[in-house]
Ligand binder design. Structure first.
Ligand SMILES: *Cc1c(COP(=O)(O)O)cnc(C)c1O
Length: 366
């Protein structure tokens, strides 16, 4: 079986180094907000070429804390509107509603799967304060257009980078960024911890300071509380693991792009539509479209290839957001009915990639 994602093999490569690092943390007697976190924050900020990195508990918290800090700083307030793609993972939307803000769903470009900048303009109202683009499946959203719109309308931009780890200058040739970016280090992400972890990057020093306080019970000095904060901190153990894996992220991303390019150049079945890459990608997922999605995934499964769907149900069709059940987002709905994620990872063998392509090209619906 070619697995969709073989985390055991991915992490086995670092086993000895990890055990050594974990032993060091255990013996240090210091497990939260210590040297490992400080060093990881420094290294990740420098890798991304950003001034500040704040380690937090997970990706959802990373997104939520940025919005919470903007509320604390009075840049935004409850009931303000946040523009977000309709076809994202639920976390992008939960971060908005948990802060008492209103998500305004905008359809994606069906070729890139990323939010359509032309439709962002149409969704702006007097209450719009934030645009939250998602670099879905790793491909950078059209940040040049998005930042033009944001600057014109005086909006804040929060990037959901949970699927887009990588040196920022490699991902965005125009070097155009949002005001802050949230990352997840969930084990299956391109930079994955051995449990939950997340981070925020920003060049805004006041925002960074506010987030750091909010994520630590609203306190910058022990037992003195400035704000109504939360507890969302990165563990020393996870930071130590991430520092080890960060060293190989660049090489790993390059290898993912070799697999992705192999798919792009060799999948020739007219029933399968490939993603269009207009910016650049960290290649977190390789998602194709086909009207015969369930049929194709069964066929691949029968031939020893595991695929997944990211994601089977769009946010507006989820019970959690039943208030949106009568709304219609046809592009999003079609994508969710047709999408299939092919295996891709830093340890996927080229022979396996060739085998996957072979079966995709020989697929005929029953
Ligand atoms: C994984 C993910 C998140 C949430 O990250 P967690 O660490 O699981 O909380 C948010 N947005 C997107 C697009 C993701 O893929």
């Amino acid at each position: 079986m070619i697995p969709f994602l073989d985390l055991k093999t991915i992490n086995a490569e670092y086993r000895n180094e990890m055990i050594e690092a974990l032993t060091k943390v255990i013996d240090s007697g210091w497990y939260v907000q210590g040297e490992e976190v400080k060093e990881f924050e420094r290294e990740f900020a420098s890798y991304c070429d950003f001034k500040h990195c704040i380690g937090v508990a997970n990706g959802l918290d990373a997104l939520g804390l940025i919005l919470r800090a903007w509320k604390q700083l009075d840049y935004i307030k409850e009931d303000d509107e946040v523009i977000v793609p309709a076809n994202t993972y639920i976390a992008s939307i939960l971060a908005i509603t948990e802060n008492g803000l209103k998500p305004v769903l905008v359809e994606p470009d069906p070729k890139t799967y990323n939010i359509n900048p032309k439709l962002i303009e149409q969704a702006i109202t007097k209450k719009t304060k934030v645009i939250l683009p998602v670099h879905l499946y790793g491909q950078f959203a059209d940040m040049t257009s998005i930042m033009d719109i944001a600057n014109l309308h005086n909006l804040l931009v929060l990037e959901d980078s949970a699927q887009a780890h990588g040196r920022r200058s490699n991902l965005n040739e125009h070097n155009v960024w949002g005001h802050a970016s949230g990352f997840s280090f969930y084990p299956g992400k391109n930079l994955g911890a051995l449990g939950d972890a997340g981070a925020i990057i920003t060049n805004d020093s006041l925002l960074a300071k506010t987030i750091r306080i909010l994520a630590n019970y609203g306190s910058s000095k022990k037992y003195v509380n400035l704000y109504k904060g939360v507890n969302s901190r990165l563990d020393e153990i996870q930071a130590a693991i991430l520092r080890i894996k960060l060293k190989k992220l660049e090489k790993d991303t390059e290898y993912r792009s070799v697999i992705a390019n192999h798919y792009l150049n060799n999948i020739k079945n007219p029933l399968i539509t490939l993603p269009e890459i207009r910016t650049s990608s960290s290649w977190h997922l390789f998602v194709v479209l086909t009207e015969y999605r369930d049929n194709l995934s069964d066929y691949l499964e029968k031939n020893g290839i595991q695929t997944l769907i990211h994601y089977p149900i769009p946010p507006h069709k989820q019970s959690a957001y039943s208030e949106w059940s009568s709304q219609s987002y046809p592009v999003t709905e079609r994508l969710h009915n047709q999408m299939l994620s092919l295996p891709i990872s830093g340890v996927q063998k080229i022979e396996d990639t060739k085998k996957i392509v072979h079966f995709l090209n020989s697929f005929i619906p029953e």
